[in-house]
Design a protein around this ligand. Structure first.
Ligand code: GLN
Length: 483
């Protein structure tokens, strides 16, 4: 029996039919991890902890939806007594004394955390080429990147090693790798899932979310990941619906927006064709396609690349070689303890962001850059608020193209930053957005992005699920090739 490529739903059926026990599930999962070592998807395994949790479930007669399901956790979430590196040399010796709320919620629901997934350093990147632990490979073609920063999580799910993984998304890091690896991934509304225990990159944008093979599995995970958490001051104290509730309701008469200002003519024509056929599919399901205007959307990438580095430079100032994390051996005084620890502990992309962030926050430039960016961010949010008066969701391609060859963009930060052209607006506006598989170009997956109104994950999931049960893209996998 092989569990490879099974969804959470299918694994749950197997557990309930007694076809497999949680411990046996783990045996097979660790075997799959071993067989796919070359992907470099994991930084640390949690055999001891996950087997202990599995043994406690083995004697159960009935399994609730996530009980006994192996899951991979992005190495950005603090996990008690388990190395948590955030993809950086700076945290290569960091063993947190506590577990992030989002992960604790999943474990309370019975998920078995099998290990920590590789990622771009401090979640800065779109290709998983900035990790201190090396590149992650795309399971569909190992010469290509899996996307980033949650690339290890995306690759682990796409290779069928685990049915699900956690990710985080500051400017696209759940949706972009989900798209490039042919899986489903959801960034919820900012504040839906607690940020407590997530290593901070840009605090006003960071949000955790689920990555899985299907939309339905994402809904099951979201049900458990959300909670109001007093330990996170931006955690929303709002009702948490059952996100699976709406999934099967048809989307007839739903209004689906396409953004007038997204200039698709500059994209690869196959991506445009794929997007058009996704729109046809949604129309076939009875949805109405409506053009909406987000006049300031073209300012999203530059706005993000002021705000995110500003917050990063502030958040990362805590890594000084004194309190925890990496410390240089090269110390003659306090000043060079700081300088050398940071010089040796951070990679090139992280340093670039700290430099930009420090610059835009400095006296004399603050008003021209940081304050201006915050004002533009508000305009973008207002644009979305207006658009959502007319439509239920907004759709776009998730990325400008399929996965690209490793090394092809890493020397050109601007090209890399443009990878998130379609994903960044939802982060700036704090809105829920997901990517689902929508087809292939040259045997590499493409994704459709669905953006929802504030706190309306349910409609995003409903549209995604309806699309998915009427298409077969999510059932393809790298070992059978695209059929
Ligand atoms: N690729 C974007 C960046 O490098 C987004 C990363 C993310 O969402 N964590 O900042």
């Amino acid at each position: 029996m092989t569990i490879q490529y099974k969804s959470i739903k299918e694994l749950n059926e197997m557990l309930n039919n007694k076809d497999i026990s949680p411990t046996e599930l783990l045996d097979e999962t660790f075997q799959l991890i071993d067989e796919h070592k070359d992907l470099n998807a994991f930084v640390t395994l949690n055999k001891e902890g996950s087997y202990k949790a599995a043994k406690e479930l083995d004697s159960k007669d009935a399994f609730s939806s996530l009980e006994g399901i192996p899951i991979a956790q992005k190495d950005l979430f603090c996990t008690k007594d388990i190395l948590t590196t955030c993809g950086s040399k700076m945290l290569s010796n960091f063993v947190p004394p506590y577990t992030a709320t989002a992960i604790e919620n999943l474990e309370k629901a019975g998920c078995l955390s099998v290990g920590k997934t590789n990622m771009d350093e401090f979640a800065m990147g779109s290709s998983n080429e900035t990790s201190f632990y090396g590149n992650v490979l795309n399971p569909w073609n190992k010469d290509f990147v899996p996307g980033g920063s949650s690339g290890g999580s995306a690759a682990a799910v796409a290779a069928g090693i685990v049915a699900a993984a956690s990710g985080t998304d500051t400017g696209g890091s759940i949706r972009q790798p989900a798209s490039l690896c042919g899986i489903s991934g959801l960034k919820p509304t900012y504040g839906r899932i607690s940020r407590w225990g997530m290593i901070a990159f840009a605090s006003s944008l960071d949000q955790a979310g689920p990555m899985a093979r299907t939309v339905e599995d994402c809904a099951l995970l979201l049900n458990e990941m959300c909670s109001y958490d007093k330990k996170d001051t931006t955690s929303l104290n709002v009702e948490i619906p059952d996100f699976t509730h709406n999934l099967n309701n048809e989307i007839k008469n739903k209004k689906i927006g396409i953004v007038k200002e997204f200039d698709l003519s500059k994209l690869d024509q196959n991506v445009v064709k794929n997007f058009e056929s996704s729109l046809d599919q949604l129309k076939k399901l009875g949805a109405e396609i409506v053009e909406v205007s987000i006049p300031n959307i073209s300012l999203s990438v530059p706005t993000y690349y002021v705000i995110a580095p500003a917050e990063c430079s502030s958040n990362l100032s805590r890594y000084d070689g004194v309190k925890y994390g990496f410390r240089t051996d090269n110390i003659t005084d306090l000043e060079n303890l700081y300088i050398n620890s940071r010089t040796e502990g951070f990679g090139e992309e992280v340093k670039r962001r700290i430099l930009i962030g420090t610059y835009v926050l400095s006296a004399g430039f603050y008003d021209a850059y940081y304050k201006k960016a915050q004002q533009v961010r508000r305009l973008i949010k207002n644009d979305f608020d207006n658009a959502f008066k007319e439509v239920d969701v907004i759709v776009s391609p998730t990325t400008r193209g399929p996965a690209f060859a490793a090394g092809s963009k890493s020397g050109d930060p601007i090209q890399m930053y443009l990878e998130d052209l379609f994903t960044i607006p939802a982060n700036l506006a704090g809105l829920p957005a997901m990517s689902i598989p929508s087809g292939f170009e040259n045997n590499m997956p493409l994704g459709l992005q669905i953006i929802g109104n504030h706190l309306d994950e349910s409609t995003v999931l409903q549209v995604g699920h309806n699309f998915q049960v009427n298409t077969d893209f999510h059932n393809q996998n790298p070992s059978k090739g695209v059929s």
